[in-house]
Write a new protein. Structure first.
Length: 366
């Protein structure tokens, strides 16, 4: 009986001992799957019971972050960080993957270094590509069947394409979608819608993947009109703008050419006018010079030695004047003094002509 009691008590004692040493802790709640867009953040939580010693996060079997109970998190990359949350019975570690890339997709594992002490989830990183249509406006004839093309480029995974007309879904039998593998593990899709519009319609092409909160869309307006064009539809508004700009640039270029020609002609006229004025000025100066020389020849040269006579005294002579005796001899100019006249056209000056001749006055007293 005593042996039986010892065998019953032994497992209980061992269990109590292992619990005291920390061998009975386990993962209470493991990480959950996540689907995110490339470039965003992905978060995973792992909750373990108290008594744990070390917790390791792995991405595709590669350790990316370690948390030690006595030390805290050991972060070796800026792209992988963690937050911690404690309570009286458990510990929660949150792994944050920053700037997720397409090649981050895979298995995320939380391990507490026990035989069955691990839990895992999957990370799916998706790429939101572009969605476009050739035209934004489509003009068609009445009772004409046309094809509208919608193209999705650079997606991961390949998007699901759907069509709507005036906010109503179009049956899948009316369009065909083809998918193809692009570069860098991305996918392309081409969807062609065939319809015969009777009235003006607004068509919408939608591309959707799991990570998108709302599908990406592209819209085209289909206008029914009596067109006389050979084709099924006319060029869109972009082509119209191109033609308008080409016409405007042509007109502006023509105006600039006319202005340039006018400036050249104006400069030539101003240059000729300036030359004519210079010639007229030269002729006028030459004419005045000739007239001045002719006047000098007609008037002769000025006699620089000529002195005008002194003015006569016109007052009354006093009756009594006491004068010294005067000689009755007359003073006659020197016989050698003479004047000569030159021809009127050429006046000449002789050096023997007296410069300042004297005038003699005779007075008789009774």
């Amino acid at each position: 009986m005593e042996r039986f009691q010892k065998f019953v008590l032994l497992p209980f004692i061992l269990a109590t001992s292992f619990t005291a040493l920390g061998f009975c802790y386990s993962i209470l709640d493991g990480p959950a799957n996540a689907t995110v867009l490339a470039g965003s953040e992905a978060r995973f939580n792992c909750t373990v019971a108290n008594g744990w010693t070390i917790l390791i996060w792995l991405l595709n079997a590669n350790p990316v972050l370690t948390v030690i109970n006595s030390h805290g998190p050991i972060e070796t990359s800026d792209r992988f960080t963690s937050h911690s949350y404690n309570n009286s019975q458990s510990f929660t570690s949150e792994l944050i993957v920053h700037n997720t890339q397409l090649n981050d997709s895979g298995k995320i594992e939380c391990s507490i270094q026990k035989l069955d002490g691990s839990s895992f989830a999957f990370l799916s990183v998706q790429v939101n590509g572009s969605l476009l249509m050739k035209n934004s406006t489509l003009i068609v004839k009445e009772n004409t069947t046309v094809e509208v093309v919608c193209e999705a480029l650079g997606w991961a995974p390949a998007p699901e394409i759907t069509w709507m007309t005036n906010d109503s879904l179009i049956d899948k039998s009316r369009y065909v979608t083809q998918q193809s593998q692009g570069s860098n593990s991305l996918h392309n899709a081409l969807s062609v819608l065939t319809l015969t519009p009777m009235n003006t319609e607004i068509l919408t092409c939608l591309a959707d993947i799991e990570a998108l909160p709302n599908p990406q869309n592209a819209t085209i307006a289909v206008i029914v009109g009596n067109s006389t064009l050979d084709g099924s539809y006319s060029e869109d508004s972009t082509s119209t703008w191109v033609i308008a700009l080409a016409v405007v640039f042509s007109i502006v270029g023509f105006i600039l050419l006319i202005i340039l020609i006018w400036v050249v002609v104006r400069c030539c006229c101003l240059k000729k006018g300036s030359t004519y004025e210079n010639e007229v000025r030269k002729i006028s100066i030459k004419k005045k010079t000739d007239e001045h020389l002719g006047n000098r020849q007609r008037s002769g040269s000025k006699n620089q030695g000529y002195v005008p006579e002194e003015p006569h005294y016109t007052g009354q002579i006093p009756t009594v004047v006491s004068l010294p005796p005067m000689s009755t001899k007359f003073t006659v100019p020197h016989p050698d003094l003479h004047t000569s006249s030159a021809p009127k056209g050429r006046p000449q000056r002789h050096t023997d002509y007296p410069v300042n001749p004297k005038k003699i006055r005779n007075v008789t007293h009774v």
